[in-house]
Design a protein around this ligand. Structure first.
Ligand SMILES: Cc1cc2nc3c(=O)[nH]c(=O)nc-3n(C[C@H](O)[C@H](O)[C@H](O)COP(=O)(O)OP(=O)(O)OC[C@H]3O[C@@H](n4cnc5c(N)ncnc54)[C@H](O)[C@@H]3O)c2cc1C
Length: 291
């Protein structure tokens, strides 16, 4: 366990103050012990995956951040199944599956996160999402760990029914046999489309807002509001895709929050739409409510 660890090192945007504690459990037993310890000390718990959808408060997080490691971050594929730790990068899962000719999770090539973050968010792209391939997940809390089905996890569009303090320790995916060459072609096609549409070489946290029930996506709506390139402090709305915020160098999380608030205000004023944030917040940080 380490004390006062800068969260900016653990988020793709590169912002965020220190976590009071950061622990790296390597087994389910260690994880449950740590969750029990946090409950005893009345500390909030936050698993951090690859921080690719995370906006951490500049003031930091007065709790226990968990970075899953060891068997909780590895992945194995065999016999139509992929078994992965919650901390395993989705890219590694794709690699393991492809190596044994298993397909169905090609869509994760677009998602730079972990299995646990993917379950928490029900992450998805190009018509696939975690709920479409997940068989079950081992979810730990201070009392122990138990396997939950996608239904029990409450997976919906970019969210799950998991509560703070519940950690995805392991997950099992059902995959299908697919020729390796076909998998490679699908992945290459998705990556080309991604590169053309979104900023790929910038520090961002992926989509800022979920797509609203509207003919325009969140990105198109914010573009129509004239927000492409709009900057506050060191953060700016991507000139390439208006539903992304980039760190131009010296951004703070507060700059990103100010941009999010401005984008929501403009979307409501010009389209009458309340945009719901997709990005997850950590620590004393919040998006000001719309009046
Ligand atoms: C360039 C870019 C492109 C992206 N494209 C997509 C896309 O196409 N589709 C999409 O869905 N997302 C996309 N994202 C967003 C992001 O990659 C996903 O939401 C991903 O699932 C987050 O995973 P993570 O491990 O980075 O989670 P983090 O960002 O670290 O955490 C996100 C949330 O998940 C929780 N969490 C993390 N690990 C666990 C765990 N083990 N157990 C329980 N909760 C956990 C965290 O506490 C937090 O609330 C993109 C992001 C970037 C930067």
């Amino acid at each position: 366990m380490k004390e006062r660890v800068a969260l900016s090192r653990y988020t793709t945007l590169g912002t965020g103050g220190p976590a009071r504690w950061l622990a790296t459990p390597t087994s389910v037993d260690e994880l449950v012990v740590l969750l029990g310890w946090a409950a005893e000390h009345d500390l909030p718990v936050a698993p951090v995956g690859l921080g690719s959808n995370l906006l951490a408060a500049d003031e930091g997080f007065e709790g226990l951040a968990l970075k899953l490691a060891g068997e909780l971050a590895s992945a194995e594929a065999d016999d139509g199944r992929l078994v992965a730790g919650g901390g395993a990068p989705l890219a590694v899962c794709l690699h393991r599956a492809r190596a044994v000719g298993l397909g169905g999770i090609e869509f994760v090539c677009a998602i730079p996160g972990t299995v646990g973050g993917g379950v928490w968010m029900n992450a998805g792209a190009y018509g696939g999402d975690v709920s479409s391939v997940l068989d079950r997940a081992l979810v730990a809390d201070a009392k122990g760990a138990r396997w939950l089905t996608p239904g029990e996890l409450g997976l919906r569009y970019r969210r799950s029914g998991l509560a703070p303090g519940q950690v995805v320790a392991l997950a099992e995916f059902r995959l299908e046999a697919r020729p390796v060459d076909e998998i490679k072609v699908t992945v290459a096609d998705m990556q080309t489309r991604r590169k053309a549409a979104q900023p790929t070489n910038k520090r961002t946290f992926g989509s800022v807002f979920k797509n609203p029930e509207h003919e325009l996506t969140a990105g198109r709506m914010l573009e129509a509001c004239g927000l492409r390139g709009h900057a506050i402090g060191g953060a700016r709305i991507s000139p390439k895709h208006a539903n992304f915020i980039e760190n131009d160098g010296g951004a703070r999380s507060a700059d990103a929050i100010a941009l999010i608030a401005e984008a929501r205000r403009r979307a409501r004023a010009e389209f009458g739409v309340f945009l719901e944030p997709e990005v997850q917040l950590l620590g004393p940080i919040e998006i000001p409510p719309l009046d």
